[in-house]
Design a protein around this ligand. Structure first.
Ligand code: G4P
Length: 551
């Protein structure tokens, strides 16, 4: 025809970019990524296994725990973790079910609770809040919920352990609504609890799912009996008082609960609630099915170039976790990257926003439920593990197209403070180097005293294990034996107005002024009460923030 070579080229390029956009959109649409937030012992390990079981990633629960233990048994560090009874979990587990590719991000709990636990939520699109129905909301769940709120993540609630005596379901919902100012929508409703637990009423389908206690502790899938909500035999199965209570509560719910508005779920303002027993596999399948329907696909992220959608044609991502292997024989570290846009390909060259350097991503890893395998390709919502981590710091952006950077991950409010000391003056250099490298990696935060006589840095942590990691690594990687000395503070607040705001108020009581690694003022308090007291007495100090973004 009449088409010039240039026109043809333009047309082909246009077609290619349209195809790429369509391919990306299809991949992104398949993906769902989430993290579980809970307090230790609520049943996170159990629920994780059951989700993998119902997601078809494993065929027998119990396998994950066992394999994890055996795979890591050779490492000294892992041995240390095992001695302390900490469960070792993968950073991200991927499974494919019903046409979806699901990534479950692990949030470390128990004694290994630390900043990583919070940072993982920076890489998540959805959160599952797991609550022990016998206990209600607990401290670690509260802290993690704050981070979900900050990120406006959709929160799905799973009330666990209904096979044991539970709080009244209305009371559980009330706790969430009052404490978190989060509205709830019960998707199902429990009938009794403990020895009298009969099952759940599934509101959207008006069905009763009957509970069966499972002798195998739910190592295999079970099919529960389902009856229509108006089935006359229900009156024979459910004891009269529970039956009546169910009818009353269902009526009440129709009146009280707002409609299940998906926009409000997706913006984190309304939490769909599920009841069940993870150990008995009860309610897990129902939960997974609804969750897949309600959860959001990978979200757009704010960047220095504005909002970057997951279908943006160039690969971009950020480092949310650095993990050092403590085994001196394989001193490898893995940088975990959340893919935000485009397509990741093995061996591709990317740029690091912080330094402008080009890096080839040669040994990417993917963590399939149990096996590690090489990752050939990845899309928004996926997590890749990179074995080239010396180049990376927490929060680093990598990109393949035009230069851009994602905002830094916040420093989370530390609650544990210790002076770290190097008793051996000849190790001065190693000590300084070790502290600054571990700081850059985000292993711990460091604060400095304003007292010129106090030159020892203050380690500030979210969890106790962070101190031990620092001491262990100072010893094994930098050959410095350190000592720790506790300081009696438990609360840190950044002075948003900076040193000027502090000068205005003059002398402060019942707190210590220190500075962070960027020289910004931070106040340390013994308790929350002292924080409110200071704000009351000195309103001119302005805002005190529990979190801060690196400048
Ligand atoms: P975590 O990761 O959140 O810390 O909790 P994990 O799954 O390890 O569960 C903590 C305990 O609660 C475990 O008991 C587990 O079996 C139990 N559990 C989990 N889900 C349920 C449930 O639906 N009902 C009841 N009754 N218990 C549940 P454990 O005795 O500590 O360990 P194990 O010997 O059972 O493994």
């Amino acid at each position: 025809g009449d088409e010039s070579a240039e026109e043809r080229k333009a047309r082909e390029e246009e077609a290619a970019s349209r195809k790429l956009a369509a391919d990306l959109a299809a991949e992104v649409a398949k993906r769902r990524n989430f993290a579980i937030i809970s307090h230790p012992d609520a049943g996170k390990t159990t629920l994780t296994e059951k989700l993998l079981l119902y997601g078809g990633a494993i065929h027998e629960a119990g396998a994950v725990k066992a394999r994890r233990a055996s795979r890591h048994a050779t490492s000294d560090w892992m041995a240390m973790e095992q001695q302390r009874g900490i469960s070792i979990t993968s950073t991200a587990m991927v499974f494919e079910t019903k046409g979806h590719s699901i990534t479950l991000l692990d949030t470390p709990g128990h004694a290994d609770f630390g900043e990583d636990t919070y940072r993982t939520l920076a890489a998540a699109d959805n959160a599952v809040m797991l609550v022990d129905a016998g206990k209600g909301l607990e401290p670690q769940t509260r802290k993690l919920f704050e981070v979900c709120r900050m990120r406006k993540l959709p929160v799905f609630t799973f009330m666990n352990k209904l096979d044991r005596p539970a709080k009244e379901p209305l009371e559980l919902l009330d706790e969430i609504e009052k404490e978190f100012a989060l509205q709830t929508y019960p998707v199902n409703w429990p009938i009794g609890s403990g020895d009298r637990f009969v099952g759940v009423y599934h509101r959207p389908r008006k069905e009763v799912h009957l509970f069966q206690r499972d002798a195998s502790h739910g190592s295999r899938e079970i099919i529960s009996t389902v009856l229509a909500g108006d089935d006359p035999t229900l009156k024979d199965i459910i004891e009269p008082d529970l039956y009546e209570q169910l009818q009353e509560e269902l009526e009440l719910l129709e009146e009280l609960t707002p409609p299940l508005d998906m926009d409000r779920v997706r913006s984190g303002d309304l939490s769909p609630v599920f009841f069940g027993s993870a150990m008995n596999n009860f309610g897990v399948e129902l939960f997974l099915e609804s969750f897949l329907g309600y959860a959001v696909p990978p979200k757009a992220y704010e960047s220095s170039r504005g909002e970057i959608s997951p279908e943006y044609p160039h690969f971009t991502g950020f480092v949310f976790k650095l993990q050092a292997n403590m085994d001196p024989r394989h001193r490898d570290k893995v940088a975990f990257v959340r893919v935000c846009s485009g397509q990741f390909e093995k061996g591709m060259k990317v740029q690091l926003a912080r330094t402008g350097k080009t890096i080839a991503l040669t040994r990417p890893q993917k963590l399939f439920a149990q096996e590690r395998s090489t990752m050939e390709t990845g899309f928004a919502g996926d997590v890749i593990g990179l074995n080239n981590p010396n180049a990376f710091a927490i929060g680093d952006t990598i990109f393949s197209g035009p230069r851009l950077a994602y905002p830094a991950i916040p420093c989370f409010s530390p609650e544990l403070f210790m002076y770290i000391k190097n008793p051996n003056p000849s190790k001065y250099k190693q000590f300084q180097k070790g502290i600054s490298e571990l700081l850059g990696e985000g292993a711990v935060q460091v604060l400095y005293s304003m007292d010129p006589g106090q030159t020892n840095p203050i380690l500030a942590a979210v969890g106790q294990l962070q101190f031990e990691v620092v001491q262990h690594r100072m010893q094994s990687e930098y050959n410095v034996d350190t000592t720790l000395e506790p300081i009696g503070y438990t609360v840190a607040r950044w002075v948003v107005g900076g040193w000027d705001a502090l000068e205005k108020v003059g002398r402060l009581y019942n707190c210590a002024t220190v500075k962070d690694m960027w020289g910004r003022p931070v106040l340390l308090f013994r308790n929350d009460w002292n924080v409110s007291q200071l704000l009351n007495d000195n309103p001119e100090i302005g805002e005190l923030a529990p979190y801060s973004l690196p400048p």
